[in-house]
Design a protein around this ligand. Structure first.
Ligand code: ZN
Length: 338
């Protein structure tokens, strides 16, 4: 195994007005991702949330909602008949249909629940089980129609800081014949690792992280949850899905485990005073060196004086930051997992 956890220790010296202009040293750690070699800065002095946000005004202003039960089966787009003859597709309370504003070849929306708004601690494993099962069914149906669409993401953007203009909880299921940048980086690096080591990077990583114990959270069935050594976002939690090439072969047990891990992470975010997040499941069909991965990150919470968490570092230097030491996040979040 050639997995290395490399880091740089940087230090800034200054005369602090907070300590009567005494000399202080502020450390910053730069970590290098063992697979992609991408750098992350661990910055722990980020501003804390300013307390619970009152969502009542936002809920009232957005009540004319196409995703609410009275509209979702009449005012949302329909799939072409040759893909899904009924136009839309449902599973339990989840409803799927094409995105009216797609950003690629196949863009679908899966509405998670009948409720117009949920706090992070109100999402249940059942909600995600139904929505993920439905998302995977949409991927299967589209791939049966167009097998060249190998690159898929199942993502959630929650609340305005997460990039969603619609309050009603929903997933994005997006498929293309070409990968996103991130998919290509992951795939290229995983393939190179496989050829050099004759082993799957993700299995090796999980084995090492389990042994070290500092960043390994838990295994729920075949999903192995850990905090990455070099996070690419705030409070990042990853789940590696063992034994599958893409999400299309996942069974109900794995979907159930995935749902539980998402809900555990969201409960932790809620307890930390957070309210906005993104996740993405990366799924690539017919690649033996890759297995699906889920990444969940928090965003700075929606609050009256919103602070964007992407600065010139992230936007213009592709240098990503984490607001918590990964090993500390792991210690804090572990009790939330089953
Ligand atoms: Zn709604």
């Amino acid at each position: 195994m050639e997995i290395k956890f490399e880091r740089f220790h940087l230090q800034a010296d200054l005369l602090s007005p907070l300590k009567e202009f005494e000399s202080v040293s502020v450390p910053t750690e730069v970590r290098i991702d063992p697979l992609t070699k991408r750098r992350s800065r661990i910055i722990t002095w980020g501003l804390p949330p300013t307390g619970k946000f009152d969502f009542s005004q936002l809920m009232a202003e957005s009540k004319e909602c196409f995703f609410c039960p009275e509209n979702v089966l009449s005012k949302t787009p329909q799939f072409p008949k040759e893909i899904i003859p009924a136009g839309r597709i449902s599973m339990g309370k989840a409803v799927g249909f094409p995105n009216l504003s797609p950003v690629g070849t196949y863009g679908s929306v899966v509405v998670l629940c009948r409720e117009h708004f949920l706090h992070l601690n109100q999402f249940t494993p059942e909600i995600y089980e139904e929505a993920l099962s439905l998302s995977i069914e949409i991927i299967r149906r589209i791939m049966a129609f167009d097998p060249d669409t190998r690159y898929w993401q199942i993502s959630q953007n929650f609340l305005l800081p997460g990039g969603s203009s619609i309050l009603h909880p929903h997933l994005q299921v997006i498929g293309d014949p070409i990968p996103t940048n991130e998919m290509e980086w992951l795939l290229d690096a995983s393939s190179s690792y496989y050829y050099r080591n004759k082993a799957l990077y993700w299995n090796d990583l999980v084995q090492i992280e389990q042994g070290l114990g500092k960043r390994f959270i838990a295994s729920t069935g075949k999903i192995h949850w850990f905090v990455p050594f070099a996070p690419i976002g705030f409070n990042e939690v990853c789940g590696s899905i063992e034994g599958h090439g893409s999400t299309t072969t996942l069974g109900s047990e794995e979907i159930n485990s995935l749902a539980k891990g998402i809900v555990s992470t969201l409960k932790y975010y809620e307890d930390k005073g957070l309210n906005s997040f993104n996740f993405s499941i990366y799924s690539i069909a017919s690649e033996f060196a890759f297995q699906p991965l889920i990444r969940i990150i928090s965003r700075t919470p929606i609050q009256s004086f919103y602070l964007n968490d992407w600065t010139s570092f992230e936007v213009l230097h592709s240098e990503l930051t984490s607001n918590i030491v990964p090993e500390e996040l792991c210690r804090e979040i572990r009790p939330y997992f089953p």
